[in-house]
Design a protein around this ligand. Structure first.
Ligand code: 5AD
Ligand code: SF4
Length: 444
C-alpha cells in the first residue's frame, strides 16, 4: 500500500475533445480551491491528473504508457512518486481494470463524478485507491467552485451525453444519456466567464444542438440571451448532430451577429449504406440540404466535419463517395480518423473489418482531399478584412496569433495584447493558417 504526503502541487493533462479540456479546467479550479497549486512548467507535480479519452484505441494505449512513464521517470528523479489520478472517459469505461493493470494509479474518477475529487484525494493519500465512476443524481456543476480567471476564448459545457447510439461510438457509455444544463445556470456561468476575461465563449456538448431546457428553450434562445452580454464579443458551439440542426438554429446564424460563421457538423461518411450501418439516421442528401440552408442563412459560413474511414464493410467505391462529398462541400477544416473498434459497441463485432493497410491508404487519400479543401477555403479569404481575437504570442518576436470569425488561425505582427479583438487584412494562405496585416487604428 502506497501512502502519500498531501500533495502541494498538481498538473492536469487533458486528452481528447474540448469537453475534456473544459473538465480539466474545472478540476484544476477545484484543486486550487483545496490549496493545491498548479506545478510550475517543467517541474514535477505531487499530483498528476490524466484526463483521458476513450474514443479510439490509440488514445487508451497512450494513457497506459503515460502512467508508466510518469511513475518510472519521477521515481528515478528523487525517489518519490507522484500521486496519479486517472479521470475522463477511460476512467469511466475501465475503472477497475486500470486499478488492476496500473498499480501506480491511486485514484480513478469518471467525468460525472470529479466534483468528489477532494474526498477521494483524502482516501488516496492513505492508500485507499478509490474508484468513482458513478453518474450521480447531484450534478457536478452545482458543487464546483466559480470560475475566476480564463483566457480570451473559454469553453462552457451546456450539454453532455448522447442518445444517438452510432454503432462505432463509446460516448453513450462513457458520458451517459443526453443531459442539458439549466438555462439560468448557463447564463450565470457565461457572465462569470466574461467577468473572468472571456471575450469568446464556445458552447460545448456531445450533441450541443440537442440542448433543450425544461421550459422548451432550445440552443438558439440560449445564444440570443448570451449575445446580450455586453463585453462578450463572440459565440460558437460544437459538436452538432445533423438531425438536431433546426431551422431556428440555422436562422440564428443570419440574425445574431455575435454568433460566428462556423458550423462543425460531422457527417462521418459520404455513402448512404455506410451511414445506415453506422446508425447515423441521416442520409448524404439530407446532410447536404442542411448545409445548403446554413449557406443560405449565412453565405460566408465556414463548414467543418468529422470523418471515419474504414468502417466495417466499407468498400473502395463507398470510400470514394466520401472523397467526392469532401470535394463537393468545400470544407474549411475537418477531422478524419481511421475506424477503431471500441469494446462493447455494435460495430466492433461486425463482419468486414477493414485491414489496417487499406485504412492507412484511405486516410491518406481523404486527408489530402481535406488539405486541398482547407487551402482553397483559406485562399478564398485572402484580401478579406476581418476581426481577429488575439489569443497567443507567435514564435517570432512581435508576432501574434488569433482566430478569424471562420476559426482560421491568423498570424500577424503589431502592438496588441492577448484578448484584443483587432482588425486584420488577410494576405497569404496556407492549409492551416493565414498571414495577415494589422490595420490601424486597432480597436481593442
Ligand atoms: N473510431 C474512429 N473514430 C471515431 N469517432 C468516434 N468513434 C470512433 C471510432 N470508434 C470519431 C467520430 C466523431 C469524433 C469525435 O471521433 O468522427 O465525430
Ligand atoms: Fe474522448 Fe469522447 Fe470522452 Fe471526449 S467524450 S474525451 S472525445 S471519449
Amino acid at each position: 500500500m502506497t501512502v502519500f504526503a498531501p500533495p502541494k502541487t498538481y498538473r492536469v493533462k487533458s486528452f481528447g475533445c474540448q469537453m475534456n479540456v473544459y473538465d480539466g479546467e474545472r478540476m484544476a479550479e477545484l484543486l486550487s480551491q483545496q490549496g493545491i497549486a498548479p506545478a510550475p512548467e517543467g517541474e514535477q507535480a505531487d499530483l498528476v491528473v490524466l484526463n483521458t479519452c476513450h474514443i479510439r484505441e490509440r488514445a487508451v494505449e497512450k494513457v497506459y504508457s503515460d502512467i508508466g512513464r510518469i511513475s518510472k521517470d519521477w521515481r528515478r528523479n528523487d525517489g518519490t512518486a507522484p500521486l496519479i489520478a486517472v479521470a475522463g472517459c477511460v476512467a469511466q469505461a475501465e475503472g477497475e481494470e486500470i486499478m488492476k493493470r496500473a498499480p501506480a494509479v491511486s485514484l480513478v474518477v469518471g467525468p460525472q463524478a470529479y466534483h468528489r475529487l477532494p474526498a477521494m484525494l483524502a482516501q488516496a493519500i492513505v492508500g485507499g485507491r478509490p474508484v468513482d465512476t458513478d453518474m450521480p443524481a447531484e450534478t457536478k456543476f452545482d458543487v464546483l467552485p466559480a470560475r475566476r480567471k480564463v483566457g480570451p476564448s473559454a469553453f462552457l459545457t451546456v450539454q453532455e451525453g448522447c442518445d444517438k447510439v452510432c454503432t462505432y461510438c463509446v460516448v453513450p457509455y462513457t458520458r451517459g444519456a443526453e443531459i442539458s444544463r439549466p438555462f439560468s445556470d448557463l447564463v450565470a456561468e457565461a457572465e462569470r466567464l466574461v467577468d473572468a476575461g472571456a471575450r469568446e465563449i464556445t458552447l460545448l456538448g456531445q450533441n450541443v444542438n440537442a440542448w433543450r431546457d425544461a421550459d422548451g428553450r432550445s440552443l438558439e434562445k440560449l445564444i440570443e440571451v448570451l449575445a446580450a452580454i455586453p463585453s462578450l464579443a463572440r459565440i460558437r458551439y460544437t459538436t452538432s448532430h445533423p438531425n438536431d440542426m433546426t431551422g431556428g438554429l440555422i436562422a440564428a446564424h443570419r440574425d445574431i451577429e455575435k454568433l460566428m460563421p462556423f458550423l462543425h457538423l460531422p457527417v462521418q461518411a459520404g455513402n448512404d449504406r455506410v451511414l445506415k450501418a453506422m446508425n447515423r439516421s441521416h442520409s448524404v442528401d439530407s446532410y447536404l440540404r442542411i448545409l445548403d440552408q446554413a449557406r443560405a442563412a449565412r453565405p460566408d459560413i465556414a463548414l467543418s466535419g468529422d470523418f471515419i474511414v474504414g468502417f466495417p464493410g466499407e468498400t473502395d467505391a463507398e470510400f470514394e463517395d466520401t472523397v467526392r462529398l469532401v470535394e463537393q462541400v468545400g470544407y474549411a477544416q475537418c477531422f478524419s480518423f481511421k475506424y477503431s473498434p471500441r469494446p462493447g459497441t455494435p460495430a466492433a463485432t461486425m463482419d468486414g473489418q477493414v485491414p489496417p493497410a487499406v485504412m492507412d491508404e484511405r486516410l491518406q487519400r481523404l486527408q489530402a482531399a481535406l488539405q486541398r479543401s482547407s487551402l482553397a477555403f483559406n485562399q478564398g479569404s485572402v484580401g478579406r478584412r476581418c476581426q481577429v481575437l488575439v489569443d497567443r504570442r507567435g514564435r517570432q518576436e512581435g508576432q501574434w496569433l488569433g482566430k478569424s470569425p471562420w476559426l482560421q488561425s491568423v498570424h500577424f505582427t503589431g502592438d496588441v495584447a492577448i484578448g484584443d479583438l483587432v482588425e486584420v487584412e488577410l494576405l497569404e494562405a496556407g492549409p492551416n493558417s493565414l498571414a495577415g496585416q494589422l490595420l490601424h487604428p486597432a480597436h481593442a
